[in-house]
Design a protein around this ligand. Structure first.
Ligand code: HEM
Ligand SMILES: *[C@@H]1O[C@H](CO)[C@@H](O)[C@H](O)[C@H]1NC(C)=O
Length: 515
């Protein structure tokens, strides 16, 4: 039953069918602006204390059913456990709670009550077998920053149409042709690393961003890439922050950047439409499907606004993820000399064949011949689990594994916890690519998600990583600068400070050895 009480009615409020709980939840949300105000930059202690008193009485949700809510802590009022989640080491954040409460526990992040689930079976129920009960819905702040019409937040026909189009653009057959462009991006970037101290995350973001630009816009250089890159930096900084729309906050800056991205894209779409050429990349595919000649199938067309949100979303999904994963790979290879040697030998084999055959650039078949390097990627996807979880939302009251999940609560399958289970992955905290010599048990490994929302960009991500690793391992060695352990969010978890490294050229003789 949906009863909207106040003008700031959120989906969350729709959740309360029980009368007592309903009144309480609405008063919680009429307080919203007040809380927002109180939580700005420096929070006066007294305000916080007052709010916590008020909040604690309001945050008591009474499950209307006999089944209890899952165990767990909701943290501070409004803020919940958001700050803890995004400042603590994610491995301990999740494993501490799992140890204490079990595979299903509740928490409160980014303004949403959440149920986190860490068993593979339960994750499959949410993402696949009962997916209709758990719609894709991220916290409002994330949906606003990415764009409300973007693929991640939809289901049904609109999602299906978008997915078909995006997936087709990133199939192996579709990305095969871009390998030489990707290689060119690597070859332009690598020389600037030689004998320098670089910030691995920043450099990998440059790389993955340029690849994303090619994937989305084709090779036409019709946009101002540097400007867009800066805007994405703001987006990334706001991505994990509380939705405080107050000047100066990361969220405010991200929303401003988003507006400018939208303007840039809207103009570009207009220009491409006017010129009569759809242009290359995913944007070209979108424009083609929405062109006049296709208008007959109303079903296929997308509005400019929908296209802009999705282009912004795909670029976001493509570059920070890939860059974070690459940063972890650089660290894991650095930490294991024998493994780095073995990967280098594999890549030198490819290099040798290339030179023998007189082909000067990497081919698609080359990249299908890198089993060890591919296992390094698989194991990094597991151990680093840069997407610790994803967001779904209960579309109705659900009873789940003996617990009650109220309608409107977020339900978060914890990829990280599943990937760190010792019964599936013995010595889970050890980096050991050889464990992937055997395929992982079904439902125990889902770095690219599962079900209808699983990642359409997984092949592109793996391809671009293989291309970098080919050149990096055969040309360079690297030392970590300042041995500081730890993890930070940028916006996905990465080694502290983005892993500063010193890059040294390898002995050139060694590279030509295999020929
Ligand atoms: C290492 C890199 C990457 C990782 C770990 C990753 C992971 C994921 C995961 C786990 C999901 C599912 C989210 C969910 O179920 O809610 C997803 C969705 C998605 N990813 Fe990726 N991804 C990566 C790279 C990419 C790239 C390169 C692209 C661009 C081509 C991309 C585009 C997308 C899109 C558009 C979705 C939404 C699909 C949908 O909602 O149907 N990703 N990704
Ligand atoms: C993007 O810009 C267009 C045109 O100015 C506008 O109609 C649309 O609402 C904007 N989208 C978002 C999400 O702000």
């Amino acid at each position: 039953m949906y009863v909207c009480i106040t003008n700031i009615c959120t989906r969350l409020q729709a959740s309360y069918t029980h009368k007592t709980a309903h009144i309480q939840s609405s008063s919680l949300f009429t307080m919203h602006p007040f809380l927002v105000y109180g939580a700005s930059i420096v929070v006066p202690f007294a305000t916080l204390w007052l709010l916590s008193l008020l909040g604690f009485s309001l945050l008591k949700w009474y499950p209307p059913k006999e089944k209890p809510l899952p165990p767990g802590s909701m943290g501070w009022p409004y803020i919940g456990e958001t700050f803890r989640l995004y400042t603590e080491n994610p491995n301990s954040f999740f494993s501490n709670r799992q140890k204490r409460y079990g595979d299903i526990f509740k928490t409160y992040i980014l303004g949403c009550p959440c149920v986190m689930i860490s068993s593979p079976e339960a994750a499959k129920v949410v993402l696949v077998s009962q997916a209709h009960l758990f719609k894709p819905a991220y916290p409002q702040s994330k949906e606003k920053i990415i764009g409300p019409k973007a693929i991640f937040f939809h289901q049904g026909n609109y999602h299906f149409r978008l997915k078909k189009l995006i997936q087709a653009s990133f199939l192996p057959s579709a990305i095969k042709g871009s390998i030489s462009e990707i290689e060119q991006i690597v070859l332009n970037l690598l020389p600037s690393w030689e004998d320098c101290t670089i910030n691995t995350l920043h450099e990998m973001k440059k790389f993955a961003f340029d690849v994303a630009m090619v994937a989305v816009f084709g090779d036409a250089r019709e946009i101002e890439v540097e400007g867009i890159k800066k805007l994405y930096k703001c987006l990334g900084k706001g991505y994990n922050s509380m939705p405080l729309d107050i000047p100066g906050t990361p969220f405010y800056k991200a929303m401003k950047a988003r507006k400018m991205l939208n303007e840039t894209l809207t103009k570009l779409i207009e220009r491409r439409r006017e010129s009569g050429t759809h242009g290359g990349g995913l944007l070209g595919v979108f424009l083609e499907s929405s062109s006049a000649s296709n208008k007959a199938h109303d079903d296929h067309t997308f509005s400019d606004c929908q296209i802009a949100d999705n282009i912004i979303g795909v670029i976001f999904a493509a570059h920070d993820t890939t860059a974070s994963l690459l940063t972890w790979i650089i660290k894991y290879l650095h930490d294991d000399d024998d493994l780095l040697d073995a990967v280098t030998r594999e890549q030198e084999g490819i290099l040798g064949r290339r030179i023998l055959q007189g082909t000067c650039s990497l081919t698609w078949d080359d990249t299908r011949n890198m089993p060890l390097t591919s296992r390094v990627i698989q194991e990094t996807l597991r151990l680093a689990s840069i997407l610790s979880f994803t967001f779904r939302e209960a579309v109705q009251d659900v009873e789940f594994e003996g617990y009650f999940i109220p309608k409107g609560w977020k339900v978060l399958p914890l990829f990280r916890s599943i990937h760190h289970r010792a019964n599936f992955f013995p010595q889970p905290e050890k980096f050991n690519p050889s464990r992937f010599e055997m395929p992982p048990r079904p439902n125990s490994y889902m770095p690219f998600g599962n079900g209808v929302h699983s990642c359409p960009g997984s092949e592109l991500a793996k391809l671009e990583i293989l291309v970098v690793l080919h050149h990096l391992t055969t040309s360079f060695r690297w030392e970590i600068v300042g041995e500081e352990d730890g993890i930070q969010y940028g916006p996905f978890p990465v080694p502290k400070h983005g892993l500063p490294i010193r890059v040294i050229p390898r002995n050139k003789k060694m590279i030509t050895n295999p020929i």
